[in-house]
Write a protein that binds this ligand. Structure first.
Ligand code: NAD
Length: 289
């Protein structure tokens, strides 16, 4: 079997086009233009690129985007004050604090300070709780992107055994929560660094999601014939980007697979736009929340 390649770039483009159309409709109805405020602290070059890409995507979709760039020496109190000012600014609909934050700043404290209604990354405990209860406000962008890819690709999740590798708050845990919730209806196994014999769990997976950050960790012979393989990993090896799955052998046995790059990666920013549009819609009083 040679797997169908799930084209994340194309699905992300579609998702961004939908967000752009939604933004135009909102503006026409209410005059409101969705506005994402990004906060970047310090000089980490990778973070600067991520934030820039998010801004470009916003602008292309007709959103407003502003960048608050602070030096690495910024104190926690100063950052907190900025977040509170953005919370209070009725012209801002989404707030994104780019991680990682410099040492000495309590990341949890900062993320918890973001108004849940503007928490377009979906990291605030209120939004995490709403997701767990099956009544999400914002879905964390990367796992939401994976769900979108599965749906658009016509991949059924109900009754399937999904194995997720990685239990981070950003990817693994919300991924498992989304797959198990009503409507998705998968049976989920969540594997992590202390799981014994991960290969044995993987071989049982109808849908295998790798999100651990170790290049080519998932071997081809761990993939059940006909399984769907979603590779969330982005690892730089030399001058190449490599996923968490050993792609070529896995693609020989899987029925569908996401490549790296060009798979899950592009979906994350697309879902951020979807969340920012949702925030602007909600805050404009056009939605219940
Ligand atoms: P993380 O480091 O926060 O979490 C990694 C998780 O993997 C941990 O829960 C850990 O228990 C598990 N793990 C580590 N070693 C393991 C092992 N040997 N066996 C089994 N489990 C193990 O990482 P993260 O933020 O969740 O990101 C995971 C990967 O996904 C990274 O490569 C990251 O770059 C990528 N990522 C991609 C996107 C995207 O847009 N596509 C977004 C976020 C993260």
């Amino acid at each position: 079997m040679t797997a169908m390649v799930i084209d994340g770039k194309q699905i992300a483009e579609q998702t961004r086009a939908e967000a752009a159309a939604g933004a135009l409709a909102l503006k026409t109805r209410t005059g409101v233009v969705p506005h994402l405020a990004a906060v970047l602290v310090g000089e980490d070059p990778a973070s600067a690129v991520y934030v820039r890409n998010k801004q470009i995507a916003c602008e292309k979709a007709g959103f407003k985007s502003t960048l608050h760039r602070l030096p690495a020496s910024t104190g926690q109190g100063e950052l907190l004050a900025l977040v509170q000012a953005l919370n209070a600014d009725s012209g801002v609909h989404g707030i994104l604090v780019q991680l990682p934050l410099p040492k000495g700043i309590d990341t949890t404290l900062i993320l918890d300070a973001i108004l849940p209604a503007k928490d377009v990354d979906g990291f605030h405990p209120e939004n995490v709780g709403l997701l767990q209860q099956g009544r999400p406000r914002f879905l964390p962008c990367t796992p939401a992107g994976v769900m979108r890819m599965l749906k658009v690709s016509g991949i059924e999740t109900a009754g399937k055994h999904a194995v997720v590798i990685g239990r981070s708050d950003i990817v693994g845990k919300p991924m498992a929560a989304l797959l198990v919730q009503k409507g998705a209806d998968a049976t989920v196994t969540l594997c992590h660094s202390r799981t014994r014999d991960i290969g044995a769990f993987c071989r049982e997976a109808d849908i295998l999601v790798a999100a651990l950050g170790i290049p080519q960790f998932v071997k081809g012979d761990w993939v059940k014939p006909g399984a769907v393989v979603i590779d969330v990993g982005i690892n730089r090896v030399g001058d190449k980007l490599v996923g968490d799955v050993d792609y070529l052998p896995a693609a020989q046995v899987a029925s569908a697979i996401t490549p790296v790059p060009g798979g899950v990666g592009p979906m994350t920013i697309a879902m951020l736009l979807a969340n920012t549009l949702q925030a602007a819609t909600n805050l404009s009083g056009l939605d219940g929340r």
